[in-house]
Design a binder for this molecule. Structure first.
Ligand code: NAP
Ligand code: COA
Length: 268
């Protein structure tokens, strides 16, 4: 337990599971008040109860779909009414499935863009009125697909690319108010729904790890600690950054596949 977040408030969109709940755990351990939203009333209640165990009862969970601007705004207002000005916002709600563009209906493509990109606009736009100004830190959760085209991920690639640009546009507009807007781009993270959908067999998992220069999946705590850094005073001049927390996966061909697998050689 630390106290670097004592007296501060975190709002997490998509906070009922996975990486986003992991971020909430890290902030709760540092003493933050925490508000979580996601679609499922059952999942969000369980997640909020878990966070309340960590931070002494200062957690609320609200069922809200990020595609519904009014619901998001109401959740932010309820958070502000309970805890006061919001210091950190995580926009991490997302959907993914693996499908070729020709196997995806227009509604399938739109659904992911609606949740990831429009949802992020809704969360960040609606949060502005409730933020600590100056001082707030807004962090979207993007992905490597934003800058690297991937087979069967046209919807996610398009949506996450939009999030990266939205991050930088809002950094320009809101920097003068003392609100920093950044994004974290996680690599493959262990024990998450995202990787369960993308690497469905042990062989696929091994192939993913072979492409990561660190040769392993990351952990939810490693993303949470990066979010704590971006929210801290140590990051006070970091604005408009897309921070990879990916073991180097975004640097290029970490397995050396294109060069006869030279990159997979071990150095001892
Ligand atoms: P996850 O556990 O499925 O997290 C997604 C969260 O979003 C859930 O809490 C889900 O809860 C919520 N959600 C989904 N649709 C929503 C909506 N319309 N409105 C509100 N909440 C919604 O998956 P994860 O793998 O941890 O992914 C978390 C984030 O990290 C995502 O932004 C993902 O793109 C990003 N990411 C993940 C990885 C990875 O390795 N897993 C890598 C790079 C980036 P409900 O079902 O209750 O709504
Ligand atoms: N392949 C092709 N299309 C698919 C699909 C798949 N595997 N899964 C869903 N779709 C399509 C549906 O067919 C539908 O299109 P249609 O109306 O033309 O038939 C469209 O996507 C919306 O599906 P629906 O189930 O109504 O959406 P939803 O809003 O209830 O759920 C999803 C959103 C589809 C993204 C769902 O997977 C989800 O809730 N994901 C959240 C968890 C997650 O993905 N975690 C990982 C985060 S990285």
């Amino acid at each position: 337990m630390g106290n670097s977040q004592a007296g501060k408030t975190l709002f997490v969109a998509g906070g009922s599971s996975g990486i986003n709940l992991g971020i909430a755990r890290c902030f709760a351990r540092e003493g933050a008040n925490v508000a979580l939203i996601s679609r499922s009333p059952e999942k969000i209640a369980i997640a909020a109860a878990e966070i309340a165990e960590i931070n002494g009862g200062r957690a609320i969970g609200i069922a809200a779909d990020v595609r519904d601007y009014a619901a998001v705004e109401a959740a932010l207002k309820a958070t502000h009414d309970k805890f006061g000005d919001i210091d950190t916002v995580i926009s991490g709600a997302a959907g993914n499935f693996v499908a070729p563009a020709l196997g995806m209906s227009a509604n399938g493509f739109k659904t992911v863009v609606d949740i990831d990109l429009i949802g992020t606009f809704n969360v960040l736009r609606a949060s502005f009125a409730f933020l600590r100004k100056p001082g707030a830190s807004l962090i979207s959760i993007t992905a490597g697909q934003a800058t690297r085209a991937s087979m069967f991920q046209a919807h996610v690639c398009a949506a996450k690319a939009g999030i990266n640009m939205l991050t930088q546009c809002l950094a320009l507009e809101w920097g003068p108010a003392g609100v920093r807007v950044n994004a974290i781009s996680p690599g493959p993270i262990a024990d998450t729904e995202g990787m369960a959908r993308l690497a469905t067999t042990p062989e696929a998992e091994a192939r993913v790890k072979a492409r990561v220069p660190m040769r392993r999946y990351g952990t939810k705590d490693e993303i949470g600690e990066a979010a704590l850094f971006l929210s801290s005073d140590a990051a006070r001049y970091i604005n408009g950054a897309i921070l990879p927390v990916d073991g180097g996966s975004g640097c290029g061909d970490g397995a050396g596949d294109a060069l006869g697998n030279f990159g997979a050689a071990s150095y001892s």
